[in-house]
Ligand binder design. Sequence first.
Ligand SMILES: CC(=O)SCCNC(=O)CCNC(=O)[C@H](O)C(C)(C)COP(=O)(O)OP(=O)(O)OC[C@H]1O[C@@H](n2cnc3c(N)ncnc32)[C@H](O)[C@@H]1OP(=O)(O)O
Length: 476
Amino acid sequence: MSFEPRSIPVDPDAKGALASKGLDYRLIDPSDTGALDGWIDADHRGFHHARPREVTREYERRVMGERRLHGVFDPGVPDPNVPVATVSSWPTGLSVPGGRSVDGWAVSSVTVSPTHRRRGIARAMMEAELRSAKQAGAAVAMLTVTEATIYGRYGYAPAARAATIEIDRRRARWIGPSSPGRVHFVEPAALRDAAAAISRRAVARTPGEIDRWSGILDRMLGLVDPDSDASRALRAIRYDDEHGQPQGFAAFRVTREPNEPGWAEFDVLAAATDDAERALWRVLVEQDFVSGVRGRLRSVDEPIEWLLEDPRAVRVTEASDHLWVRIVDAAAALGARRYGAAGELALDIEDPLGYAAGRYTLLASADGRAVVHVPRADGSTDGAGAGSSGTTAAPKRERSRARASAEGSGSRSAARAAEPRSLKLDVRDLASIYLGGVRPSVLARAGRITASSNGALELADRMFASTRAPHLSIWF
Ligand SMILES: CC(=O)SCCNC(=O)CCNC(=O)[C@H](O)C(C)(C)COP(=O)(O)OP(=O)(O)OC[C@H]1O[C@@H](n2cnc3c(N)ncnc32)[C@H](O)[C@@H]1OP(=O)(O)O
């Protein structure tokens, strides 16, 4: 990814709104180390982290230097170099059903100093980020959240969940197939290149994952501060297939009291193949001298329960919202993913901020590709998406092929005469069904989606289904 963080100008509306409160909202120049360090200090303070040590600061400079950083400055505070509010953002791919990716805008590091809270600073920054996302050509904006009540007001909604899974070691008798390759212990530093390649493939096959940025693997593998106790406790394993090709890795640590069996805990298990996923799980759950294994940020449909004789050895101790998505360009977003069933479905989207409002008609063919008819300012519609992540108008031939496939040969004329089946939904509900994380019929039962008929709801469930449950396995 190559992105010039300052290629989009500072949002004039947010600048004006904050200036009226005596505050200066501005972009940080990453080559100005003093300004960058002030921003990093504010970010750490905002998330209640300790002041960064030099190794952490150097890492943060490297990672944050590639992002678009805004700070809000108050000239009246004792250290005016440290902003009273921060936000970071960057363009990145989001994996969607069908092994494809959509252009996304990641938002992170949203902090407002407790001395300046509830004056509308976060709102000004968040609304500016949506305008920047639109300007950058992103179809969706996304974030992970500290609290689930903050971001709905900007149109974000939970789109992929994550689970904490615990396995009771004594009951974990493996009955799954043996993988043909081998698992090896490796030094974390030696794993870096293979881990990057494996992660790219693991991300591509999992809707809900976002592209990894340079530096995140250093954090996962304990390479940011390798001499710290936490990094030295980290053990890394790699799965090589029967041809010796690396296909998966995990990093775990065993926490324990002296002479007591401990818990093997991991936040990272990335697999490019099912063989790799099974083999890594197996080594983790078959360790001796541990009472249990705890995996964080795992998928809500992890297959581990089906790989052990006693399914009750597995407990999901937490499962909650993790990735939050905001649809910024509905045509591009809807056109990027593949659909689980052929059909024609109209979506009447309400969006108080205007980005995605209007009627979009989805025409999905049996191969999962969809043409999206988008509203135009004059009230007419135009074709867009065409199953790609772009928003170019769908070629006529492609549209008629999709329509023919969606309608089926027997009922073609009847279907053409009828109004398309439709759903009425808020932009947040669209975000929640977008990756297949929840069925539209569940949101209809919750009174959030209104369908034109039971048939429309049933079709929507089938169309928006994803073979693989959406899953994001990192915080960002
Ligand atoms: C993507 C991420 O980075 S997630 C990390 C979020 N950051 C944190 O949790 C760090 C600690 N918290 C903070 O820094 C701040 O309290 C923030 C960023 C959550 C809020 O900043 P503020 O400037 O106080 O928010 P602001 O005054 O703009 O409020 C905007 C709206 O959000 C609401 N809001 C603010 N904080 C919260 C909260 N914690 N829970 C629910 N609603 C909230 C306000 O009531 C307001 O609602 P309204 O405009 O609809 O009436």
